[in-house]
Design a protein around this ligand. Structure first.
Ligand SMILES: Nc1ncnc2c1ncn2[C@@H]1O[C@H](COP(=O)(O)OP(=O)(O)OP(=O)(O)O)[C@@H](O)[C@H]1O
Ligand SMILES: [Mg+2]
Length: 512
């Protein structure tokens, strides 16, 4: 029996000033299936999803839900039709609690007035327990890490009643293996309830595991639709980029320099007791790529923040070229040659009101200033070089940063770090939301920097990536260093095992 269509989009056109984001796109959503949408950064995936979720209006084209043509004028109407979305750029209110965010706009009330806070708290606790992530429902969203916010976004859509279509725009971009497994179990449950899922991801292995149907977009156009069991990764890449991808990530043979950075017994107390980092020690040589692996909350991001001088309460010793340093502020650390590419581009990486170009040179302004005047020529030349090197898809560098697709925004954050000409580069999830082709570009660039003698520390939640590029990997769990691996010792099993040490929440047996 043929699979039944739940929602169809026909000949969708979306014009933004200066950009044709969607050009007569057709898209099918099959009932009770995982419908995967793939395409390079800027292909139009999020735009199409925003139209289906009522956030944007199509310039032209029609949408049918259960065989009837519908107009989805806003998110409220989408909600009423049972269409929910987990946004790529997380969409929570930072100054509200987890529970308030989850029940925003769909509060339980008594007598239509009194909000039932207790019920919200209890339901939030249940949802988060189902996601195997016992985050405190009373905590403010601004106190959560990106990955945790992603979990809250997922919980929020699960709280929606009468859900028919659930759109997930890169739900796993900040999640590591164990957390992805939990999400996949939930997706199976939702499918069994007849809910249709639209799933966007740049992690291709993931798509082959979870997907039933796949649709490919390229440059705003529909390219292909196929059943996932009939295709493989080369098919995806071919359709995505229009030719056979030739660039792969290789570990490069190189000679490493002397010890560059030494960290001894780094300890960062947690506000409510315990330690966010607990006596962490490691070294980094010039030209070395050191991978850091760990689950959400393992301390991976805090480690970078300490090195950037963002936590005055940290204790322990840090030596740069055998000289003791005390990181006190970000500008000071940038002057010492550190650059940090943060995980949370929305909050720390970018200034949303500034243009693409201004965002890129923000951290390195003194390179271009003499007195108070900006030297535009030099600045412009560096920006052009970086846009080319990272193949950032920009129509006009003077447009606001928010007009770029998610992956291209991430590339601007990377460009911003590189423009400071650092000696030590701290990369926190550098490939988050970046397509396969661009990932290879970013890794080539990292290899090139290492070959020039830069010291590189990279946090990545995708095992394959960290394994492909690191000379050495350290693993953190609950703020403690639980493993260090070199060369052939760097295996999936070893990293996953070490990352689960001291963890009770995650069931290691479920990790494939
Ligand atoms: N508000 C906007 N104003 C102008 N252009 C926009 C706007 N939003 C998106 N675009 C443009 O539309 C195109 C499609 O963007 P979209 O966000 O849909 O890409 P995407 O496929 O989701 O990419 P990614 O994988 O990077 O998330 C891009 O060229 C982008 O710059
Ligand atoms: Mg997108």
């Amino acid at each position: 029996m043929a699979d039944e269509l739940c929602l169809t989009a026909r000949k969708i056109i979306k014009v933004y000033p200066g950009t044709l984001a969607l050009n007569q796109v057709d898209f099918n959503v099959y009932r009770g299936k995982v419908n995967v949408l793939i395409g390079e950064n800027g292909a139009g995936k999020s735009t199409l999803m925003k139209i289906i979720a009522g956030i944007e209006q199509p310039t032209e084209g029609t949408i049918q839900l259960n065989g009837e043509t519908v107009r989805i004028r806003d998110t409220r109407e989408a909600d009423a039709m049972g269409i929910g979305i987990i946004h790529q750029e997380l969409n929570l209110f930072p100054n509200l609690t987890v529970a308030q965010n989850i029940f925003m706009g769909r509060e339980y009330t008594r007598g239509g007035i009194l909000i039932e806070h207790k019920k919200h708290l209890e339901k939030t606790r249940n949802l988060l327990a189902r996601l195997e992530h016992p985050i405190d429902p009373n905590i403010l969203v601004s106190d959560l890490r990106v990955g945790q916010q992603q979990i809250v976004e997922i919980a929020k859509t699960m709280a929606q009643q009468d859900l028919h279509v659930l759109i997930m725009d890169e739900p796993t971009s900040s999640l590591s293996t164990a957390e992805v497994e939990v999400l996949f179990r939930i997706i199976h449950e939702l499918k069994a309830q007849g809910i249709s899922i639209v799933y966007i991801s740049h992690r291709l292995e993931e798509i082959l595991r979870i997907g039933d149907y796949v649709t490919i977009l390229r440059d705003g156009r529909f390219i292909a639709e196929e059943k996932v069991r009939k295709i493989d990764i080369p098919w995806i890449v071919r359709n995505m980029v229009g030719h056979n991808e030739t660039s792969f990530i290789h570990k490069q043979e190189k000679t490493m320099g002397d010890e560059f950075l030494r960290v001894e017994s780094l300890t960062l107390p947690r506000k409510g007791g315990g330690d966010l980092l607990d006596h962490v020690s490691f070294t980094l040589r010039a030209g070395e790529i050191l991978g850091v692996y760990g689950l959400l909350g393992s301390g991976r991001t805090e480690l970078f923040e300490c090195l950037m001088g963002m936590h005055p309460a940290v204790t322990g010793d840090i030596y740069l070229e055998r000289e003791k340093i005390k990181p006190r502020s970000i500008p000071e650390q940038i002057k010492r040659g550190f650059a940090h590419i943060p995980e949370d581009r929305q909050r720390e990486g970018l200034v949303q009101t500034l243009s693409i170009a201004k965002n890129m040179t923000l951290a390195s302004l003194w390179n271009y200033t003499r007195g108070i005047h900006l030297i535009d020529k030099k600045e412009n030349a560096s920006i052009t070089k970086t846009i080319e090197e990272l193949e950032i898809k920009v129509a006009d560098r003077n447009l606001p940063i928010l007009s770029l697709s998610g992956g291209n925004q991430q590339k601007v954050v990377i460009g911003k770090g590189i423009l400071t000409a650092p000696r030590i580069l701290l990369l926190d999830e550098p490939t988050r939301g970046i397509d396969v082709g661009a990932k290879a570009d970013v890794f080539h660039l990292i290899n090139k920097f290492a070959a020039q003698g830069m010291g590189i520390i990279m946090v990545a939640s995708e095992l394959k990536e960290i394994m492909a590029i690191s000379d050495r990997v350290i693993v953190l769990s609950n703020g403690k260093l639980t493993g260090e691996f070199c060369g052939d010792e760097i295996t999936e099993e070893a990293l996953v095992k070490a990352s689960a040490i001291g963890h009770s929440t995650f069931k290691v047996k479920n990790i494939s």
